[in-house]
Ligand binder design. Sequence first.
Ligand code: NAD
Length: 463
Amino acid sequence: MDLVHLEDNMEELRECFRSRKTKSAAWRRDQLEGLMRLLKEKESEIFKALKEDLGKPPAEAYRDEVGVVRKSLNLALSCLDDWMAPKKVHVPRIGFPTTGELVPEPLGVVLILACWNFPFTLALDPLIGAIAAGNAAVLKPSELAPVTSSLLAEYIPTYLDNKAVKVFQGGSPVAERLLEMKWDKIFFTGSPRVGRIIMSAAAKHLTPVTLELGGKCPAVLDHLPNHRDGEVAIRRLVNGKWGPCYGQACVAIDYLLVEEKHASATINHLKDWITKFYGDRPLETNSISRIVNKSHFKRLRNLVQDPTVAASIVHGGHMDEDNLFIEPTILLNPPSESEIMTEEIFGPFLPIITLKKIEDSIEFVNSKPRALAMYVFTKNENFQKRVIAETSSGSVTFNDAIIQFLCDTLPFGGIGESGFGRYHGKFSFDTFSHEKAVLRRSFLIELSFGSPPWSDYKLQFLR
Ligand code: NAD
């Protein structure tokens, strides 16, 4: 879709929404089934696109993209009637006899701006919510995953109602032009920097926004005396750091906190598991996504270029610009003021910071902006309670990482710098709905206590 006809396209979307077509359950179901057909019929093309854009191996592409979208579609299709149904609420005695209910209604025409690291999931997961809630929508995939973006632009109009769902491709100039339009909701996934641009554009039209941003997600590793638990924890840490899109994930572990006395054993175990996952020559493995492009490669290389940071590398560090590959890399206590400890890494470096006592991790985490996700490996229930009560983050997961992203009964979203608003499962439907308050009174009784002429007697009654 090109921007030359943007106004006409917007009018078509508005007209389509005004016609109330998108409100019917049948229309919503048709679109969701259309998306499901797209997944089934074009799976191999989707895998190919994700391979070209990010070097994603098909199994990873299924786990993190096709499978995630399929799961969301299955849930939306099976729960749609329930989600759309009005919900009765308790009404206080004041209006007796009265009934109240919450009736979800779509917001209108919504804009979804997606990010490149999970270019399929981050475009379609919010779209599923928007459609299930009965909205018309515009999707702008990320220009940094151009093959997936083209695939979406080609197939969405064939599988979905293209009067109600449109795809615009391009980078920031296209996004900026779209942001000049009046939307009923903007759903944005990306950096806090662009999040600020989105919010100020939305303010002009009083448009509500959901901002799914990023930041530094900490992991804390308490000592796990049981050998097997320790092994499982390290395996999950390696997966939580290098697993999803090779660390280029908003929920990937950014840095790891451990007690000083366990640091060297932790590093050795991490190295073992890195080898088990990716072999002795990670560059040759088929199990790693690559760095998205040269500019991100250079950004990452700069993070470790400072001699004091480079000196803290205890494993890996090899870089191959031609193949956009960086070895899984571990750093021990890089300087706290270095960029690698102040900026989101979004790549395959894992700084380990040592502490005297694991409880000090609470203060460490609290000294940083609030994270999208926090991961704490511990069996100490008291410590778990303290983490929940004394730290703040979009989510906290004990004894694993990333898995919360796949759990549709938990909302996904950030707090503070990591964003606001939430989605996944029913939360996606709610994000794209307005819950209209509906109250019905009966004519059966009419009491005069709530209206003039006022008297002390009425005051007593109202009390
Ligand atoms: P980005 O913020 O540069 O881009 C995201 C989207 O914004 C793209 O569609 C892009 O075209 C658009 N955009 C870029 N510049 C724009 C501008 N000036 N005006 C309007 N739109 C513009 O993304 P990035 O920095 O490459 O992505 C990484 C960031 O995204 C990280 O911070 C990461 O944590 C975050 N992220 C968050 C989630 C989440 O679900 N919370 C998921 C993935 C990535």
